[in-house]
Design a protein around this ligand. Structure first.
Ligand code: MN
Length: 335
């Protein structure tokens, strides 16, 4: 997915943490382009990142067969995100329901489906499109996440796309997990990760308790996508996130009487400060300006070495918005 906000504000927050905490992170609604309404969990007002996870959008469940009237765009249906660029990050596309058609500038063409991981590594530059194809199922429910790449690899690791249909799963007593990225309870995903990272899709049966083993050096958050759970005195339900902090050997999660499905996100606290603007991540204002210029040049030229066009996409690429008048500043991971 792309950050399609017409006038993306510079994302501001600041730092200071450590240890186990319980911090409620509320979603805010963002309209992407003309057709998709999402709830943005990261960056959040007080917390920009959890581990290297720096962007979390949760969308749906939406009946996309009925979206046309509500958004006033005849012919558009579900997600319609034209080719747009990324730098210095990985995108993780994860569906709970529905189907999205992915194409990218390294030549990949893939259908994103529930329970299957699609992870795209931008390196110094990649472009991709994501659309609900005409024969996609009517319900769409998913999450779009970004992982910041560390400075040591972010411009040198080659652009890549990896899809995994058969991820490792863990059976707990009364609960089960699919390991998307990184390691959960000693089980590791095959997906490429460049920092200690955790991403898992976990279901707990109604009324059951899961004591989930954690790695103390990692920080964690849970994002509920169905039902609700209790963790300490907090009870996040659909669309809500709770930050758990770090220094935990485990956490006790209690499903409501309706059960719960949630994403566990975590990783080693990411100490590098980021400049995030539109679909670019960098370390300086100048770097973002250069990436924007390079993308606009690529659109005009029909593709460049840094940003080739997306083969097979029928339509125009997405131009970058205008930069803000003031310089973008590097920001730490938390307020
Ligand atoms: Mn994208």
């Amino acid at each position: 997915m792309s950050d399609l906000e017409k006038d993306p504000a510079e994302i501001v927050s600041v730092c200071g943490d450590g240890g186990p905490v319980l911090e409620f992170l509320e979603p805010r609604e963002v309209i992407l382009g003309r057709t998709t309404k999402v709830r943005r969990l990261l960056p959040n007002k007080n917390r920009r990142m959890v581990g290297a996870w720096c962007f979390v959008d949760h969308y749906g469940p939406d009946d996309i067969s009925r979206r046309v009237d509500s958004y006033d765009v005849p012919g558009d249906r579900g997600m319609q995100v034209p080719p747009h660029p990324h730098t210095s990050l990985q995108t993780v596309s994860w569906l709970f329901e529905g189907e999205i058609e992915h194409r990218d500038s390294v030549g990949s063409h893939a259908m994103v489906r529930p329970g299957e991981l699609n992870i795209m590594t931008a390196g110094n530059g990649i472009a991709h499109s994501e659309v609900s194809s005409p024969d996609a199922p009517p319900m769409l429910h998913g999450a779009q996440l970004w992982v910041a790449l560390p400075d040591s690899v972010r411009t040198t690791t080659p652009p890549a796309f990896n899809a995994y249909a058969d991820l490792p799963m863990i059976d707990f007593d009364g609960a089960r997990a699919t390991v998307m990225v990184g390691t959960v309870a000693g089980v590791t995903s095959p997906a490429p990760a460049y920092t200690p990272l955790v991403g898992a899709d976990i279901t707990i049966d109604p009324g059951r308790t899961l004591t989930l083993p954690l790695t103390p050096s990692n920080e964690y958050a849970v994002m509920v996508v169905d039902g609700s759970l209790s963790v300490g005195e907090l009870a996040p339900s659909f669309g809500e996130m709770v930050y758990l902090g770090s220094e935990r050997e485990s956490v006790e999660l209690v499903a409501s009487d309706n059960g719960v499905r949630f994403l566990l996100l975590g990783g080693e606290p990411f100490e590098e400060q980021l400049v995030m603007w539109w679909n670019f991540i960098g370390r300086t204002h100048e770097e973002i300006v250069a990436a924007r210029d390079a993308w606009q040049e690529a659109i005009a030229a029909g593709g460049t070495d840094r940003f080739p066009m997306v083969p097979g996409y029928d339509g125009a690429a997405l131009p970058a918005p205008t930069l803000p008048a003031t310089a973008l500043k590097p920001r730490p991971r938390a307020r």
